[in-house]
Design a protein around this ligand. Structure first.
Ligand SMILES: Cc1cc2nc3c(=O)[nH]c(=O)nc-3n(C[C@H](O)[C@H](O)[C@H](O)COP(=O)(O)O)c2cc1C
Length: 289
C-alpha cells in the first residue's frame, strides 16, 4: 500500500487499506453499525468487509469502535494507538475553567514560541473535524518574529500598491496602515510573534464545508495553543483587508484569492489575567419543547 500523504490523498481516495485480524474479531458488528455511509457489511463468516470502498470517508470510526483492536486502517494497527480508557482527560470543571479563562491576547512577549511545541500543536490539527472528513486544510504558519516581520512588510507593501481605480482605501485601513509604516501601533497583527493562516481548498473534490472546516481548525488551534502556554487572538482584520484587497493573500502568502481562510495571531502572552470573564448571563439560550 502506497503511503498516504496530504498530496496524494485524493489520488488514493478510493483505495482503502482495511484489514481485519480474524483471530481477534468478535463478529460483534459494532464497526458495521457505526459506519455512517454503510461502507461495511458482515461476510458470511461474520467478519466485516468493505462492501463499498468508494463511499468510505476514512473517518476511522470502524478502527476506533472495535473493542478488541481487530482492525488495521490505512496501515495503522490498533496496537499503535492507546486505548481511550488508558488516556488522561480533563474533567468537566477543568474544561469549563479553560473555556472561561481563555482570553484574546493583544500584547505579546518578545520571545518566540518554542518551534517544537508549535510543531506538536500544528501536527495535532490533523485531528480537527472536517465535513465528510475531507481534510483539505493547509496551515500556513509564520512561526517567529523574523517571519512575521517579513509577512507584515509584504502586507504593507500590498496595501500600498493596491489600486482600485480612483477609489481610495477606506479610512479604517489607510490610517492604521500609515501609522504602522511609521513604526506606530500594529492593530492588524498586535505585534504577535507568530501568525497561523488556515485555508481550505474548495476546489478539491469531496470538500463540502470549507469555511466551517477553517473556523473549527482555528478554534482547535486556539484550544491546543493555550493548553501549551501559547496565547492567541483571532485576526479578523486580515479578513477585512482581504475583502477590500482581493489580491492581498495571493501576493503576501501565495494563497489563491477565492480560498476560504482565517488567521490566528499567537505568541507568549505579555498579560496575565487574574480571573475569568463571566458572561453566562449573555448566552441567548432558547429551549423548544
Ligand atoms: C472571528 C473573530 C475575529 C476577531 N478579530 C479580532 C481582531 O482582528 N483583532 C482583535 O484584537 N481581536 C479580534 N477578535 C477577538 C474578539 O474581540 C474577542 O474574542 C472578544 O472580544 C472576546 O474576548 P475574549 O476572546 O478575551 O473572550 C476576534 C474574535 C473572533 C472570534
Amino acid at each position: 500500500m502506497k503511503e498516504r500523504t496530504f498530496e496524494n490523498q485524493i489520488e488514493l481516495r478510493d483505495c482503502v487499506d482495511f484489514k481485519v485480524d480474524s483471530e481477534k474479531c468478535l463478529h460483534c458488528g459494532l464497526c458495521v453499525r457505526d459506519c455512517a455511509f454503510k461502507v461495511l457489511s458482515l461476510n458470511n463468516d461474520g467478519m466485516p468487509a468493505m462492501a463499498h470502498p468508494e463511499k468510505c470517508m476514512r473517518c476511522q470510526h470502524c478502527f476506533a469502535v472495535c473493542p478488541v483492536g481487530a482492525i488495521a486502517f490505512d496501515g495503522v494497527k490498533a496496537e499503535e494507538v492507546p486505548p481511550v480508557k488508558d488516556l488522561d482527560f480533563p474533567n468537566a470543571e477543568q474544561v469549563s475553567n479553560w473555556i472561561k479563562s481563555r482570553r484574546s491576547i493583544r500584547k505579546f512577549a518578545e520571545e518566540d514560541v518554542d518551534p517544537a511545541v508549535l510543531d506538536k500543536v500544528l501536527k495535532l490539527l490533523a485531528n480537527t473535524p472536517t465535513g465528510c472528513n475531507a481534510r483539505a486544510l493547509t496551515f500556513t504558519c509564520y512561526p517567529n518574529r523574523a517571519a512575521v516581520k517579513g509577512f507584515r512588510e509584504a502586507f504593507l507593501k500590498a496595501v500600498e500598491e493596491h489600486r482600485n481605480g480612483a477609489k481610495l482605501l477606506p479610512r479604517w485601513l489607510a490610517i492604521p496602515a500609515i501609522k504602522l509604516r511609521k513604526g506606530g501601533e500594529d492593530i492588524f497583527f498586535r505585534d504577535a510573534s507568530g501568525i497561523l493562516i488556515v485555508s481550505s481548498d474548495e476546489t478539491v473534490p469531496g470538500v463540502t464545508t470549507p469555511r466551517e472546516d477553517v473556523t473549527i481548525a482555528c478554534s482547535n488551534f486556539e484550544l491546543l495553543a493555550n493548553a501549551n502556554g501559547i496565547g492567541t487572538c483571532w485576526c479578523g482584520f486580515l479578513k477585512l483587508v482581504q475583502n477590500e484587497i482581493p489580491e492581498l493573500l495571493e501576493k503576501v502568502a501565495g494563497i489563491r484569492r477565492t480560498t476560504p481562510f482565517y488567521a490566528i495571531l499567537f505568541g507568549k502572552s505579555a498579560v496575565k489575567y487574574a480571573r475569568a470573564a463571566e458572561r453566562g448571563a449573555y448566552a441567548n439560550i432558547v429551549y423548544k419543547h
